[in-house]
Structure formats: structure tokens, C-alpha cells
Design a protein around this ligand. Structure first.
Ligand code: MD6
Ligand code: FE
Length: 217
């Protein structure tokens, strides 16, 4: 028999939820390391500050972003791509903190994706009102590796769609410490984030941080 350590503690519901084949929410998976993760986010943002990037269509993204690891996801008027140099700082992105790498590997393995070695971590910061429109993550070189997504701070409503933009989306509330892993048959599903509601999180304050780990190259 397997025992979930958290079953029955505070009626928080199941600790793992399937979002269909290849996609899982690991509730609270990052909780025990939240302080280290947040301190590492701060360090990353000192080396490569959060910035609002521009879409190819000329819109300023409401989510502020930075990156760490060998490759960083960027967008500007010329398109979306992975870059090995921070275009604002003119030097490589900060190294991926060990605590990030460890967490991403453990979460992937827990969801059935052994051997995940991310070379890119996009750090998203949502202020109230910030949102992410429905999109696919398809700028990576191969889609065999999963994506690991960590939520910290204010809760958000995550939209999980299907293979086509017009498919209906499930709404999933992601709270501080929740981790979503998705790959295999789910790798190219559409997804997005509803506008963030204002609030205060005791450890993070008035915003939400999302770490998205990927194998870009
Ligand atoms: C966010 N996440 O949660 C944005 N993409 O702030 C993503 O765009 C995302 O969470 C691919 C897989 C998981 C994700
Ligand atoms: Fe995404």
C-alpha cells in the first residue's frame, strides 16, 4: 500500500491531479523549498532584471520575465526564440540555481519523466491584472522532454486547453508551491493564465511568480 504523507491533513484535497494523459498537478510539491526558491529568484533578478518584453506584433507583455540557465526565452519585434545572451544585459543569463534544477528533476520524475535535464528556466512575474493568453510552448527543439512549471505567491487560474486553440479549456487554480508537469501526449496543449486577482501572499507579497523549466536545445 502506498501512503500519501499529506492525506487527511487539513482537507486540502488530493495532492496529485491528472489533467489528462501526460499532464499532472503536484499540489504543494515545492512548498518545503519555497524560501530557497524565492531567494534564488531574487538573485537571478539582480543579475538579469525582470522586464516586459515586446511581442512580434508590437504588444508589451503584461507578465514581466527573466531567465536563468544556458538558454533564455525571449520575444521582440523579430519573433520568439531562445537566446544564450540576455539582450538587456549583453551577457549570458545567470546560471540555473541548484535548488531549481533539483526541484525540476524531482517533479518530472514524480510525474513519470525520468532524466529531465532542463537547460532553460523562464521566470514569470505577474502583478494584479497580468495574464497570459492561450498559447503552445513550441519554440523548443524537441518535444520529447516535459515542461515543469512551479507556482509561487498569489494564486492564479490556469487554463488547460487541448491540441487546437478553439478546444475548450479546463480551469485549474494554482497556489503557492503547486507544480505542474506536462509532456508526452500533452506537450503541445494550449494553455494560459487568467488575469491575476489582487491580494497579499505572506511570503511573496502582491504578485505571483512562475518558474517554467524546459529543455530548449
Ligand atoms: C504560468 N505557464 O503559469 C505560465 N507553459 O505563469 C506556462 O506558460 C506554461 O505553466 C507550459 C507548461 C506549463 C506552464
Ligand atoms: Fe507556456
Amino acid at each position: 500500500m502506498t501512503m500519501d504523507l499529506f492525506d487527511g491533513l487539513g482537507g486540502t484535497g488530493p495532492r496529485e491531479e491528472s489533467l489528462g494523459a501526460g499532464a499532472r498537478v503536484l499540489r504543494g510539491f515545492a512548498l518545503t523549498q519555497d524560501a530557497e526558491l524565492l531567494s534564488a529568484v531574487h538573485d537571478v533578478s539582480l543579475a538579469s532584471p525582470f522586464r516586459h518584453m515586446e511581442t512580434p506584433g508590437g504588444f508589451r507583455m503584461s507578465v514581466a520575465m527573466t531567465n536563468c540557465g544556458a538558454w533564455g526565452w525571449v520575444t521582440d519585434r523579430t519573433g520568439y526564440r531562445y537566446a544564450d545572451v540576455d539582450p538587456v544585459q549583453g551577457r549570458p543569463w545567470p546560471e540555473m540555481p541548484a535548488v531549481f534544477l533539483r526541484l525540476a528533476r524531482m517533479a518530472a520524475a514524480k510525474a513519470g519523466f525520468d532524466g529531465f535535464t532542463p537547460d532553460a528556466c523562464l521566470v514569470n512575474r505577474y502583478e494584479p491584472g497580468a495574464k497570459m493568453s492561450l498559447h503552445q510552448d513550441k519554440d523548443e527543439r524537441d518535444f520529447t522532454a516535459p515542461i515543469v512549471s512551479v507556482s509561487l505567491g498569489l494564486p492564479a487560474v490556469f487554463l488547460f486547453g487541448g491540441a487546437e486553440r478553439a478546444d475548450s479549456s479546463a480551469r485549474v487554480r494554482l497556489s503557492h508551491g503547486d507544480v505542474v508537469v506536462w509532456g508526452g501526449p500533452a506537450r503541445l496543449r494550449y494553455h494560459g493564465v487568467m488575469p491575476l486577482k489582487p491580494g497579499h501572499h505572506p511570503r511573496v507579497g502582491g504578485h505571483r511568480i512562475n518558474l517554467t523549466f524546459r529543455k530548449a536545445q
